[in-house]
Design a protein around this ligand. Structure first.
Ligand SMILES: [Zn+2]
Length: 551
């Protein structure tokens, strides 16, 4: 009987929810947020001629459908450092910044545990689904997500689903009370998750069935070649490291010939296809958008990041995967139109960060002063500290974790060096390292002594008072501290922070908006569409031009 009463109460809550949206507009049945990993804002412009038309008969396109019939922000930026996957995804659905949400990097030195950690590490949980993955959860995310708020507003009845090849992307967007969250095991190519989401230790049966088909393995003889004729790629440039692998096509990558097949698979069109196939299967299996309360589906396209790191933003591979992403988005939108009706789906497409061109390509060919610094900056900083204060381990762990430099306070104590003196010496040392633009100490940041330059909010937003390092070290525009090949991201500068922001659906006012906005503005905008409260760490402001007052 108690149970029955509980169900009645829940049903009443659902009705109450549906009647009280904030803007007087009907809430969507589904919110779909697509985060394209490492997708710069210029990709929506540069490749437009090759994207599908906004509409064709009864079918809708991909990017152009959103750009031409929805709201489009031309100047959206991540307003924090590091511009990396963990912090970027945490911001998208929390409306927060690393300074508050606690995701200060993909990795950092945990001062309490005394070791380096990964942003979604959680040794207290177990891997579900086997494979080689380590246990993960949203433990380090100190604030709620839009999905968490929606679950609370609907008495837990909304479904919240997060899907990505990357654990950190799926977990940090979906949040703490999500229902279905999973990512790909790097060794087996199977979908896995955490006992945090599945305390009974088993994945949903539909996902087990999908895993059992071992679809990635069927792609071992696949060769990724360009989708369009060669002429379409005329303006692209190969990563110089790939120059020797010329074929009659702009590129040709046989997945089976690579050392790590799963990595080759996820860095190809086949991987992208599989991600979308899985998302479509999830929509059907979980009946997303087909309940009497709204659902949330967050998905991340990690393939774009893997391809971008290896080949660079000017490569034919990046252009090709963008064009294929457009086709796959179109298929997904049309599928949702059949199942839910696009007039019931709010779609947001954005990215977690951009990327720097491959220094060897842009630097030498275009004389852009873009330089790779193979020597880790931390080594050069420590060498100077040893010179000043004597032998000793002056840095903690790897020293520099993205922009956070962690100093060893124990060594300082032993040597009789004050923390202030050590901080200042490390700041000076960092600024002597070629490729470093500026450094700020923890004391300067906490005392409001960071100058008000046009971009220094990114430093303040990236610094967490208890988790952050002792010095924040910022690379110069175009500088890449990476001893490997290809390229990367993480800086405060436009190529890393400027991302697309496209919105479409009920309650969204179509238009092209030039105002500079932050990715932290997305979450509160979605909350208004859903009629739920902001996440606990929200710092953003709703995108007012894009919010229709009625529909
Ligand atoms: Zn990346």
């Amino acid at each position: 009987m108690l149970r029955y009463t509980g169900l009645l109460a829940l049903a009443a809550l659902g009705t109450a929810y549906a009647q009280t949206p904030k803007l007087g507009i009907k809430p969507p049945k589904l919110v779909l947020l697509v985060s394209i990993d490492q997708f710069r804002a210029d990709y929506t412009e540069r490749f437009t001629p090759y994207y599908l038309p906004a509409k064709s008969g009864s079918k809708v396109g991909g990017f152009r459908y959103l750009m031409e019939t929805g709201a489009r922000y031309l100047d959206a930026h991540h307003n924090h450092i590091p511009t990396a996957t963990g912090p970027g995804h945490a911001t998208l659905m929390t409306g927060s910044e690393p300074a508050l949400d606690g995701i200060i990097g993909n990795n950092w030195f945990d001062k309490v545990a005394g070791k380096g950690i990964y942003c979604v590490d959680d040794a207290s949980v177990k891997v579900v689904g086997g494979g080689s993955s380590k246990p993960m959860s949203p433990k380090n995310l100190k604030v709620t997500t839009v999905g968490d708020e929606l679950k609370m507003a609907t008495g837990g009845r909304s479904r919240v689903v997060g899907i990505s090849f990357k654990d950190r992307a799926a977990i940090l967007m979906a949040g703490h009370s999500a229902d279905t969250v999973f990512w790909l095991d790097g060794k087996t190519g199977g979908w896995v998750s955490s006992s945090f989401y599945y305390p009974n230790g088993s994945l949903p049966s539909w996902l087990q069935e999908l895993n059992a088909r071992q679809l990635p393995d069927t792609q071992k003889s696949h060769v990724w070649e360009p989708l369009l004729p060669n002429e379409a790629y005329a303006l692209t440039r190969k990563n110089p490291e790939e120059a020797s692998t010329s074929t009659t096509r702009p590129f040709s990558h046989a997945l089976g010939s690579e050392k790590n097949f799963v990595s080759a698979f996820t860095t190809s069109d086949a991987g992208q296809n599989y991600l979308f196939q899985t998302v479509t299967t999830a929509i059907d299996a979980e009946k997303l958008g087909q309940h009497d309360v709204p659902d949330v589906l967050v998905m991340n396209l990690a393939t774009n990041d893997y391809v971008g790191h290896r080949f660079g933003p000017n490569s034919p591979e990046v252009m090709d995967i963008a064009i294929r992403t457009d086709r796959l988005l179109s298929d997904l939108f049309n599928h949702l139109n059949d199942k839910v009706g696009l007039n019931n789906v709010d779609i947001v497409v954005t990215a977690d960060h951009g990327v720097l061109p491959v220094p060897e390509e842009s630097g030498s060919e275009y004389r852009t002063s873009s330089i790779r610094y193979p020597e880790p900056a931390a080594k050069a900083i420590e060498a100077q500290l040893v010179k000043k204060f004597g032998e000793g381990k002056w840095l903690l762990g790897d020293g520099l974790y993205e922009q956070n430099l962690f100093l060893n306070h124990e060594t300082a104590k032993t040597k009789g060096v004050s923390i202030r003196d050590l901080e200042t010496a490390a700041q000076d040392a960092a600024m002597n390292v070629p490729g470093v633009y500026v450094a700020f100490t923890r004391t300067q940041i906490l005392h409001g002594e960071v100058p008000h330059w046009a971009w220094t909010d990114k430093v303040i937003n990236g610094f967490h008072p208890s988790l952050g390092g002792d010095v924040m070290v910022l690379e110069a525009p175009g500088a890449l501290f990476d001893s490997g090949t290809g390229t990367s991201h993480g800086s405060a500068w436009a190529y890393d922070s400027h991302v697309p922001l496209l919105l479409h659906g009920p309650g969204i006012q179509a238009g092209t908006y030039g105002r500079s906005v932050a990715t932290a503005d997305i979450a509160s905008t979605i909350c208004h569409l859903l009629g739920v409260e902001y996440p606990t760490g929200n710092l953003g402001t709703p995108l007012r031009e894009a919010l229709a007052t009625k529909n």
